[in-house]
Ligand binder design. Structure first.
Ligand SMILES: Cc1cc2nc3c(=O)[nH]c(=O)nc-3n(C[C@H](O)[C@H](O)[C@H](O)COP(=O)(O)OP(=O)(O)OC[C@H]3O[C@@H](n4cnc5c(N)ncnc54)[C@H](O)[C@@H]3O)c2cc1C
Length: 243
């Protein structure tokens, strides 16, 4: 199949899968209506547009691509917060058409260029890292990865089984930290927000790694503060903010 860059011009995409991934997050897959394979680097985002057929209202939002460029669809992890756009997605059905433009963004990962990396993910900020991990798996590029992933509750871990499989298949260490542990939730892993100490503990060779950060504004600010405490060179830190 011919590989062409995703056009900046909007293109119609068909929803081919909708699945409730966690209580707060829904997974969506969109296939290009023309089936042309999609070219992007993991880390990039697209604009997804909803157009109301009767009112002609148009509304679009940015979403980071969670699928790998090796996959034929675009996958997204979307927090269903009942805002303007996500309320439309709440009523979306498989077969519906949305328009997508992109890809956009400087937050890009090229496996051959960054052999040792530290990924810091907050909530649905896991999306670009999942794209990166899936590409590393599919290319067999053998990168050395530490992923520290912060979620509110154990039930909010996205793609838990796939993450476990990736950890077995890749040179990947995954640490999940739960910021709001509840009595009786059965969580025996790491608790609390990611800090400089968490990074020291799980990635003691952090100075040899390029650090990628993705999540909401508060999360990215906290990760930048932690990086400063650790003396991580800003040229080795790449961040994608959603706020
Ligand atoms: C580069 C980039 C990548 C992104 N990638 C992702 C991604 O992969 N996954 C993802 O889930 N999001 C992602 N986002 C965020 C996404 O673009 C939207 O901002 C998000 O989905 C909310 O859109 P919305 O229209 O539903 O909310 P909006 O209507 O725009 O609401 C925004 C804020 O207002 C609050 N709000 C909305 N309605 C009300 C109300 N009635 N009362 C009180 N507060 C309210 C919401 O809680 C929210 O905090 C990304 C953003 C950027 C910039």
């Amino acid at each position: 199949m011919e590989i062409i860059p995703l056009q900046i011009k909007e293109k119609p995409y068909v929803i081919t899968f909708i699945g409730k991934e966690t209580p707060e997050v829904t997974l969506f897959r969109f296939n290009p209506q023309d089936n042309a394979k999609i070219k992007f680097d993991p880390g990039m985002f697209v604009m997804v547009e909803y157009a109301n057929a009767s009112t002609k209202e148009k509304i679009s939002r940015a979403f980071s691509i969670a699928s790998s460029p090796t996959q034929p669809y675009l996958e997204f992890f979307i927090s269903m917060i009942h805002g303007r756009f996500t309320s439309h997605l709440d009523t979306a059905k498989e077969g519906d058409i949305y328009y997508i433009t992109g890809p956009y963004g400087q937050f890009r990962f090229v496996p051959s260029e960054e052999k040792k990396v530290l990924f810091l993910a907050g909530g649905t900020g896991l999306a670009p890292f999942m794209s990166m991990l899936r590409q590393i798996r599919d290319l067999g590029s053998g990168n050395d990865i530490v992923l520290i992933y912060s979620v509110k509750y154990p039930t909010e871990i996205i793609r838990k089984e796939e993450l476990d499989e990736l950890e077995k298949a890749l040179n990947l260490k995954t640490v999940v930290t739960v910021t709001r542990p509840q009595e009786g939730d059965g969580w025996s892993g790491e608790k609390g927000h990611i800090s400089a100490d968490t990074i020291r503990k799980y990635a003691p060779d952090f100075n040899e790694r390029t650090v990628y950060v993705c999540g909401p504004l508060g999360f990215v600010k906290a990760m930048k503060d932690a990086a400063e405490i650790l003396g991580i060179d800003t040229s080795k830190l790449k961040a994608d903010v959603w706020g």
